[in-house]
Design a protein around this ligand. Structure first.
Ligand SMILES: Cc1ncc(COP(=O)(O)O)c(C=O)c1O
Length: 389
């Protein structure tokens, strides 16, 4: 890394975020920050609502949502009719889990890299239906996509009905080969529900090419839309199976819209629609700041962080470079994760997750446009000081 401008953000876009300068923020992956133009857009929509609430929510909203949905659909490579807004990925995954009908003994296959709330959602579902939730271990280090798929398929049985899998994993920050997983699953009559919480904004998406049966994505993470913006994608043949978690006017709609799917999900009682309506501003912000270049620089800095931390610990990388986008997870020597995280934040003012996974500890470094090589240096210095010798 060029040390001469090490304190500067990686990109001009980085200047537009409101993050506190006294904190080294390396955890966009948990709760991403938003740039000012996106917050301005959200406030614009809130003011529009305030100017005439009944006109805005009662008359204008369906058209505004349709336009925002069309832009988000284009961004993720989906047909607009296959996509509905939901407040977050957890909500979307709950819709899928509560809607699908399984028989006792049917199997849902997941992995040991899934997000805790998503694991709980499917355990809840399995407890209520008698369907069996199997968690397939996918051991580290990762080598090739083919090896991962072979390992995953060790959990497939004739009773497997659904695979639930992340596009980018939370504890290990790995990009999973979901297109190939969908192809093989479909050839064997198995549905796939993808947890894409981290993908929009980090990866170029083309959902119609990938053809997941279901895909949930967050817009408020790496796309940096306002908090409360996610989406649920479903193939047309599954849409009629999906039921709303909250029943409202879209159920038995008096004036049905173009699809029951959209009627069911986009009005779940009075709420603030500004996060959904501001997603196009987040897309525009990325377009104005040459996001492919920003992403490439963030990826390079994430790999630099990974190399520096692995050098410090003497532990090998958990996967080759291509498995990571703007986040990297690095193994740590055995340590008390909560204590280390607290010292890093309370004493060193570094916000970074220390993760317990399969009885091991990892640090997960997220790099966004506002980060600089100096942020990574601060983390590496702090780890050098705090890790057990
Ligand atoms: C892989 C994964 N799935 C789902 C979620 C849940 O996102 P949300 O809380 O926005 O629903 C997260 C959050 O970090 C995640 O990392």
């Amino acid at each position: 890394m060029d040390a001469s401008n090490a304190a500067q953000p990686l990109a001009e876009a980085g200047q537009h975020y409101l993050l506190r300068p006294d904190v080294v923020f390396l955890n966009h992956g948990s709760f991403g920050a938003r740039p000012r133009p996106v917050l301005d857009a959200a406030q614009h929509w809130q003011r529009e609502l305030e100017a005439q609430p009944v006109e805005f929510l009662g008359r204008r909203l369906p058209d505004l949502l349709r336009e925002a949905r069309a832009q988000v659909a284009r961004y993720v490579g989906a047909e607009p009719a296959n996509l509905v807004f939901v407040p977050n990925a957890t909500h979307g995954m709950n819709i899928i889990a509560r809607s699908l009908r399984f028989q006792p003994g049917d199997e849902i296959l997941s992995t040991d890299h899934e997000y805790g709330a998503v694991e709980r959602t499917w355990r809840f579902m399995s407890g209520h239906t008698g369907a069996v939730l199997r968690t397939q271990p996918l051991p580290l280090p990762m080598t090739t996509p083919e090896a991962l798929i072979d390992a995953l398929w060790q959990g497939v049985t004739p009773r497997t009905r659904l695979i639930v899998i992340s596009h980018i994993t939370s504890p290990t920050a790995l990009i999973f080969p979901i297109a190939a997983i969908c192809r093989r699953a479909h050839a064997e009559g198995i549905m796939v529900a993808v947890d894409g919480a981290h993908a929009p904004g980090q990866l170029e998406l083309n959902l119609e090419q990938i053809q997941p049966d279901f895909y949930v994505g967050n817009l408020h993470k790496w796309l940096s839309a306002p908090v409360g913006a996610g989406f649920l994608y479903a193939l047309p043949e599954h849409q009629a199976r999906l039921e709303p978690l909250v029943v409202s006017w879209g159920y038995e709609a008096r004036k049905p819209g173009p699809s029951r799917y959209q009627d069911y999900f986009e009005w779940i009682g009075t709420d603030d629609p500004s996060p959904y309506l501001s997603a196009p501003a987040a897309i525009a912000f990325q377009a104005q700041h040459d996001w492919p270049a920003v992403r490439a620089r963030c990826h390079a800095l994430a790999l630099h962080a990974r190399d520096a931390i692995d050098h410090l610990t003497g532990l090998p990388p958990i996967a080759p470079d291509a498995w990571f986008a703007q986040m990297c997870a690095c193994a740590l020597p055995p340590c008390d994760s909560e204590a280390l995280k607290a010292r890093l934040y309370d004493d060193d003012h570094i916000e970074v997750p220390i993760i317990d996974w399969n009885d091991r500890q990892f640090v997960r470094v997220s790099i966004q446009a506002y980060n600089s090589p100096a942020d990574v240096d601060r983390l590496v210095e702090a780890l050098a000081h705090r890790l057990p010798a």
